[in-house]
Write a protein that binds this ligand. Structure first.
Ligand code: NCD
Length: 308
């Protein structure tokens, strides 16, 4: 297959195993490019991309922007805090105004689940979802799987536990879809209050005991507690969360095998993982960040090739 089955990347739910294989094969090539002295290719010289961030972001925004620039696309940036959204403009009006300046592709982060799907029904440009509320974050899940494959050779058959705030995490949902699609075994671990009741219907198992989950897995993806999405207390205190669901080096060293530690960032050092875990050889957190640029270059390149 040389073409994606979709015209937008709105979620992992909408793509296939073949799409993922094609994205990874393309990302391998771009990873080689970004490690050259000249880290740039002219592929998208005729494409203009708008990065629309209606919600805060550091690494995702920088990663997309870098990916676009390394493909030689023209890039415009928009962040809601400094925009007319605050003056009451609707999403469709905001985006249509930007598109009338001849923009070919939109990368959008938005606090509302489904914002990308909604927009795709109203505009012509190709859309990449860079996180829609607690729903999906497809490029994060792709770069996570790509990083697992890089470290362990393959994703199929691997045991992956996703630990923490599953309820509010778009990273969790996109990872579950992506890992299941590629044939990994997935468990979810965290406080019961932060695990949605429907989760087992996605083909994953729940393990409330962190030690048991870690003994089982090859990879632990440690998620941040999404305090900004919580209107009530879901656990008694940060101290108790850390004691029950935080990973320390002592805990890792006491396991019967060496597991891989991942984290999408931003890390709360000392809460979900301690500093010595984050900075240890078992952690692939910075590989995830580096791979993020190559994987996003691949997604943008493949979607752009469908525009013409
Ligand atoms: C994640 C996000 O924004 O969903 N971060 C990211 O994109 N790297 C995870 C988080 O905020 O905890």
């Amino acid at each position: 297959m040389s073409e994606l089955s979709v015209n937008h990347l709105l979620g992992i739910k909408y793509i296939t195993q073949e799409d993922i294989d094609l994205i990874f094969k393309t990302a391998d090539h771009f990873k080689e490019v970004i490690n050259r002295p000249i880290k740039k290719v002219p592929s998208l010289r005729d494409i203009t991309i708008a990065n629309l961030f209606f919600e805060n972001s550091t690494r995702t925004k920088l990663s997309f922007e870098l990916a676009e620039k390394r493909l030689s696309a023209d890039v415009i940036n928009f962040s809601a805090a400094a925009s007319s959204v605050k003056k009451g403009e609707t999403l469709i009006d905001t985006v249509n105004n930007i598109l009338s300046m001849k923009v070919d592709m939109v990368v959008m982060r938005h606090p509302n689940p489904g914002a990308g799907v909604f927009l795709s029904k109203h505009i012509k440009a190709s859309i990449i979802n860079a996180g829609d509320g607690a729903h999906e974050h497809p490029t994060q899940a792709l770069l996570d799987s790509y990083s697992i494959k890089e470290r362990l050779g393959e994703v199929a058959g691997k045991n992956v536990v996703i630990v923490g705030d599953i309820l509010h995490s778009r990273v969790a949902l996109s990872n579950i879809y992506a890992l299941k699609l590629q044939g990994a075994n997935v468990k979810i671990c965290g406080p019961k209050t932060l695990i949605p009741k429907y989760i087992e219907s996605l083909g994953v198992e729940v393990e409330l005991d962190l030690r048991k989950a870690l003994e089982w897995c090859d990879v632990a993806n440690m998620l941040r507690v999404q305090n900004e999405r919580m209107d009530i207390s879901y656990f008694p205190s940060t101290r108790e969360y850390r004691q029950q669901y935080g990973v320390s080096k002592d805990l890792l060293d006491s396991l019967n095998k060496e597991i891989v530690i991942m984290h999408p960032g931003p890390i709360n050092r000392g809460v979900e993982i301690t500093s010595d875990v984050a900075d240890s050889g078992q952690s692939i957190i910075l590989d995830q960040v580096q791979n993020g640029v190559a994987v996003r270059m691949a997604v943008i390149y493949l979607l752009a090739s469908k525009i013409k």
